[in-house]
Design a protein around this ligand. Structure first.
Ligand SMILES: [Zn+2]
Length: 308
């Protein structure tokens, strides 16, 4: 029983959505939402209901809205058609992204070597993580990724995102970070800069051999820069030392003879060599052998690897 007199009304309205990412404009912001949700919010906020209509339930669909309740003791159900227009535009973020806009570049390199595919993959995972954690940042996007022989350059719509990504990469891989800026343009008399965050991963990785103060050190943790002296076993703090022997160049072997100073090792290629006694290695220990300046050395990886 619907009365002639109007008891509920919803004015015509407009919904603006981005044709590229489907975000919906709510007030001055772009949010991840659905048309249904935005319609519902609009109706609940803007529907007009006459004073004598005591509404107990509202059902909102895409095309109409039903108000259920009572008017002066009579049960009433009023159907109000919804009239709205969907406006498709590009949101700020997408128009910037489409235009190649960027405020910062994160350059990822390693000292003295190329980045490994694994390092690149992990760095790009960090990029994804930082961006998906900033869904409402209009500048949180990647405008371009350049893969170079020596590393990767990632261009970001936002300076802050670039900064955050570079710090997280540094925390994950160790190394060093340098920030620089270049004047890009002037807007309303204000200088606008583009920022470059240059992350350099250490040359060494876990298991590589580094020479420090005339002693050989096996890298245990490349992120925090820790290694152990192969002979004394003492922990050594590393800086930006280069690699003396890559872990791939080490050869396997087994200790067959040992005294306090030296061990005899049978290498996987059958050669028998004598090296200074590596920390922790007894007869039967599996070691890694390398040759440097005509002398042989061996590294004992510790109990973890010999148990395997
Ligand atoms: Zn968009």
């Amino acid at each position: 029983m619907v009365e002639k007199q109007e008891v509920a009304r919803i004015d015509e309205f407009e919904i603006t959505i981005c044709s590229r990412c489907n975000f919906v404009r709510v007030g001055n912001r772009w949010v991840e939402s659905s048309i249904e949700k935005v319609v519902e919010d609009f109706v609940l906020k803007n529907a007009w209901v006459s004073e004598e209509f005591d509404v107990s339930e509202v059902v909102i669909s895409k095309d109409y809205c039903i108000f259920k309740g009572d008017i002066a003791g009579d049960e009433v159900e009023v159907v109000v058609p919804l009239k709205y227009r969907i406006n498709k535009v590009l949101c700020e973020r997408c128009s910037r992204e489409a235009g190649g806009y960027y405020e910062s570049i994160v350059q990822i390199r390693a000292d003295g070597r190329e980045l490994s595919d694994e390092e690149i993959e992990k760095a790009l995972e960090i990029v994804d993580e930082v961006i998906s954690n900033a869904p409402e940042d209009q500048k949180a996007f990647v405008s371009k990724i350049e893969r170079k022989k020596e590393g990767v350059n990632v261009f970001f719509g936002s300076r802050n995102i670039g900064k955050k990504v570079s710090r997280m990469i540094l925390r994950k891989f160790g190394g060093s970070l340098k920030e620089s800026k270049k004047l890009h343009t002037r807007i309303d008399g204000r200088d606008v800069y583009r920022f470059t965050y240059s992350v350099r991963l250490p040359e060494y990785r876990e298991g590589d051999i580094v020479e420090k103060d005339g002693r050989f050190v096996v890298v245990r943790n490349s992120v925090v820069g820790k290694g152990s002296d192969i002979i004394t076993g003492k922990t050594v703090n590393l800086g930006d030392e280069g690699v003396a022997v890559r872990r791939e160049e080490l050869k396997g072997g087994v200790v067959v003879n040992a005294d306090s100073e030296a061990v005899e090792v049978v290498c996987e290629d059958g050669r028998v060599v004598t090296t200074p006694r590596p920390s922790g290695a007894d007869i039967g220990a599996e070691v890694k052998v390398f040759e440097k300046d005509g002398k042989f050395f061996s590294v004992y990886e510790g109990s973890q690897s010999s148990e395997k």
